[in-house]
Write a protein that binds this ligand. Structure first.
Ligand SMILES: Cc1cc2nc3c(=O)[nH]c(=O)nc-3n(C[C@H](O)[C@H](O)[C@H](O)COP(=O)(O)O)c2cc1C
Length: 329
């Protein structure tokens, strides 16, 4: 099967997986407003997908909902058990995903305790076994990781990964210990490219960490020679983020309050259609501040919005808010 990774533009721009943020609803909205070159699902426990009883599967499978407009779309999974990675990857293939990504970077204690996420940096033998297990499903495989556990270990960690010959490595340029507390070390991304080139590997190197917009991403590509950049938190309240890749003139400043309100209305409608049967309405609230800000009266509107208890209530409030702009002289 030809890999979508080889058909991407150079450089390419990817949307980062963010649990309870870049869910099926937000990704469908982003696909409409400014489609990235590749998107990832939020991470999903392969152990859960394999072992959970049918009643709990419904909640896990919501992470694997996607719409056709998101392609290429990669399913991100985590586990420390090769058999579970193999089975979850096979499921991703059956569900029509374009690729599978193994999370080897999550710093959260609960994940690390299960020897998953960033803990795999300390166990390259197991990490390599997991990659081989994922490859059996026939989908292109990628790994998202960090530069080290307690310290920068790229010089030993990256060659271990590259030896498995898979499609792409996304490097969040911090150690596990650093969490997100220090600026990302983009010099390490440049070093990753040098290590990859010296190894004669074809694996793509994707840099990640602290990128504000596509202009910033292009600067990092020029400085590091990485193949692509992944953007995460910059997408909050800004589904237009990736539209700048094709239209550099479009800046966030040009987006009006009405456009932001409309985008949030659409986001809420997509949440209602795709996720409201499995996901608490409170999940939507973490988006409100990012959309409803930047104009006089935004704070008051936001306070009211935060007090809403349903999508219908929020939509009614936003409709009134939108109308105040339409009628102002
Ligand atoms: C709320 C939140 C949830 C995240 N969930 C995931 C996840 O499910 N899988 C993953 O690989 N990384 C996850 N990350 C890390 C991001 O993908 C990304 O590596 C990190 O935010 C740095 O990129 P940024 O500075 O562009 O946001 C998460 C980050 C945040 C803020």
């Amino acid at each position: 099967m030809p890999s979508f990774w080889n058909t991407l533009p150079k450089p390419f721009f990817a949307l980062a997986p963010m649990e309870d943020v870049t869910d099926a609803a937000f990704r469908a909205l982003i696909a409409r407003y400014g489609k990235p070159d590749v998107m990832f699902t939020e991470f999903t426990s392969a152990d859960g997908l394999v072992l959970a009883p049918p009643s709990a599967q419904k909640l896990l499978r919501k992470k694997f909902i996607y719409s056709e407009g998101e392609r290429p779309i990669v399913a991100q999974i985590f586990s420390a058990v090769p058999e579970h990675i193999e089975k979850a990857s096979a499921l991703a293939a059956r569900l029509g995903f374009d690729g599978v990504d193994i999370n080897m970077g999550c710093p959260v204690a609960e994940v690390v305790r299960q020897n998953c996420g960033a803990a795999l940096i300390k166990d390259p033998v197991l990490a390599r076994e997991l990659i081989r297990a994922a490859k059996k499903c026939g989908l292109p495989v990628s790994v998202k990781t960090r530069i080290g556990y307690d310290r920068d270990e790229l010089d030993s960690w990256l060659p271990e990964l590259l030896a498995e010959e898979f499609e792409a490595i996304i490097i969040h340029a911090r150690t596990r210990k650093e969490m997100s507390d220090v600026p990302a070390h983009w010099d390490a991304v440049a070093r990753a490219v040098t290590i990859r080139n010296a190894a004669g590997s074809n694996t793509l190197i994707v840099g990640n960490g602290d990128i504000k917009d596509i202009g910033d991403a292009r600067e990092k590509v020029a400085a590091t020679k990485c193949d692509g950049v992944m953007l995460g938190r910059a997408i909050y309240g800004n589904p237009w983020l990736f539209a700048e890749a094709n239209n550099p003139e479009r800046s966030r400043r040009a987006i009006t309050p009405q456009q932001k309100i409309t985008a949030l209305q659409e986001h809420l409608q997509l949440f209602d259609e795709l996720l409201s049967h499995t996901t608490n309405y409170a999940t939507m609230k973490k988006h409100f501040k990012a959309y409803i800000s930047g104009w006089d009266g935004a704070k008051e509107a936001r306070i009211q919005l935060m007090a809403t208890e349903s999508v219908a209530e929020a939509l009614a409030l936003l409709q009134r808010l939108h109308a105040t702009f339409s009628t102002s002289p």
